[in-house]
Design a binder for this molecule. Structure first.
Ligand code: 6PG
Length: 467
């Protein structure tokens, strides 16, 4: 038998993805060094003609139909290189290797160039949606050689999530376009998660809402314009009872957030390209601050904080919803701006309306507003920033006052809302026709003769300040 699709790495993601492939009437063969994982997959697959697996790489490669389509779902980093080296002697020209992990985009560029010399097509392909997504339909973000993509396109379109019947996968662009888009997806994911956690804090501290009430509030929000996967699972989290004690589980979870690096990469690369993404930057910083638990406990005892001011609970919920919507928009706007500029810099030829489309289902940042985002970019392919799209001007105008109220309230009540404040500040700065950075230019020229431009005449100027 020759199998349609090969998958290396039978961890949770790999196992689920391969079963998804089989559900969609493609035969698939898995490879893993761990015999238990191989056996488990064969058993779960039920029919070895449809899903088979081996711990032997030669058997794996020889089981696949040519050109072979081999997907890697292994941890990003050196393991990917090691797997490629092991595969090389076994595979043939025109075979495809698809890296479905969160690899750093420059690694993908290096691997693509290296494999191109050998006639092998290499795809960095983001896969989002966690374990459930992999099993039932992820959002898939492939980049690489367009012609070669056609070989795997039918399989990807079949296994991907669907939004109104449209597959949440599209060829995104050459080279590492797929990994880059997935990286920024994760940066946005960090931003939205941070914002959601801040609003949870606000509702709890200022409104005194308990977990049952929070469950109801987030469920209601999820019926409206905030409808999204992250709001949906947040509602679910508040309803989860502690399986090792009493009360809600969320209250027992240590407030230190871990990270595997994709959010940080987004921020770092945005800095390299000179693209402002403060709502993402702060989300990374907050994970870092969260890690300083002991210092935070000490500092809390040294400083304390003001008592939250009394506030009408109904009013608070309304304000919080609007502020969160406002901040979500600003976070997507920043991430998409980064994609736009990165596309120019790296030659990805990204179509932002297509990206927003394939994010509408399957991925972690899926949200009702992506439909509007996609329309905004399809009616104006050159849109520099989502905040300039007429449909979004309306949405933002309708919510910015609430964002201001929430941020002002939280500041005087000592509730940290860094993501929300950064989103508001980003908005206020981006929409200011005049910023005080003329003073910075004056200072630079004053202490370092760095020169300045003028707003009333052309040219480069320098002044002997104070003389
Ligand atoms: C996805 C996610 C996933 C990511 C996790 C964890 O799209 O399915 O982005 O790829 O690994 O969200 O990321 P952190 O460990 O960095 O929070």
């Amino acid at each position: 038998t020759t199998y349609d699709f090969g998958l290396i790495g039978l961890g949770v993601m790999g196992r689920n993805f391969i079963l998804n492939v089989a559900d969609n009437d493609f035969s698939a063969f898995g490879y893993d060094l761990d015999q238990e994982k191989v056996d488990a997959l064969i058993e779960e697959g039920g029919n070895p003609k449809r899903v088979n697996a081996s711990t032997d790489l030669k058997t794996f490669v020889q089981s696949l139909a040519k050109p072979r389509k081999i997907m890697l779902l292994v941890p990003a980093g050196k393991i990917v290189d090691a797997v490629i080296e092991n595969l090389l002697p076994e595979i043939d020209k025109d075979d495809l290797i698809i890296d479905g992990g969160n690899s750093f985009f420059t690694d993908t560029d290096r691997r693509e160039a290296y494999l191109k010399e050998k006639g092998i097509h290499f795809f960095g392909s983001g896969v989002s949606g966690g374990a459930k997504g992999a099993r039932k339909g992820p959002s898939i973000m492939p980049g690489g050689n367009k012609e070669a993509y056609k070989e795997v396109q039918p399989i990807f379109e079949a296994v991907s999530a669907k939004f109104n019947g449209e597959p949440c996968v599209a060829y995104l662009g050459p080279k590492s376009a797929g990994n880059y888009v997935k990286m920024v997806h994760n940066g946005i994911e960090y931003g939205l998660m941070q914002l959601t956690s801040e609003i949870y804090d606000l509702l709890k501290k200022a409104g005194g809402f308990n977990n049952d009430e929070l469950h109801t509030i987030f469920n209601e929000w999820n019926q409206g314009r905030l409808q999204s996967f992250l709001i949906e699972i947040t509602a679910e989290i508040f309803a989860q009872k502690d399986d090792k004690g009493t009360g809600a589980l969320v209250d027992k979870i240590l407030d230190k957030a871990k990270q595997k690096g994709t959010g940080k990469w987004t921020s770092q690369n945005a800095m390299d390209l000179g693209i402002p993404v403060p709502s993402i930057d702060i989300a990374v910083s907050m994970r870092e601050i969260s890690a300083l638990k002991e210092e935070r406990v000490l500092a809390d005892s040294l400083y304390g904080r003001p008592e939250p001011k009394t506030i009408d609970k109904k009013e608070l919920v309304k304000m919080a919803e609007a502020a969160l919507y406002f901040a979500f928009i600003n976070t997507y706007a920043q991430g998409l701006h980064q994609l736009k500029d990165a596309s120019k810099e790296y030659g990805y030829e990204l179509d932002l309306s297509v990206i927003a489309k394939i994010w509408r289902a399957g991925c972690i940042i899926r949200a009702a507003m992506l439909e509007d985002i996609s329309s905004a970019y399809s009616s104006d392919k050159e849109l520099p920033n989502l905040l300039l799209a007429p449909a979004f001007v309306e949405k933002v105008k309708g919510t910015v006052a609430s964002a201001r109220q929430v941020v002002a309230y939280a500041a005087t009540s000592g509730i940290p809302l860094p993501g929300l404040s950064n989103s508001l500040t980003y908005f206020d700065a981006y929409t200011s026709s005049r910023l005080p950075l003329n003073l910075i230019q004056a200072q630079r020229d004053h202490f370092g003769s760095h020169t300045y431009e003028r707003n009333d005449m052309e040219g480069i100027f320098h002044t002997e300040w104070g003389s």
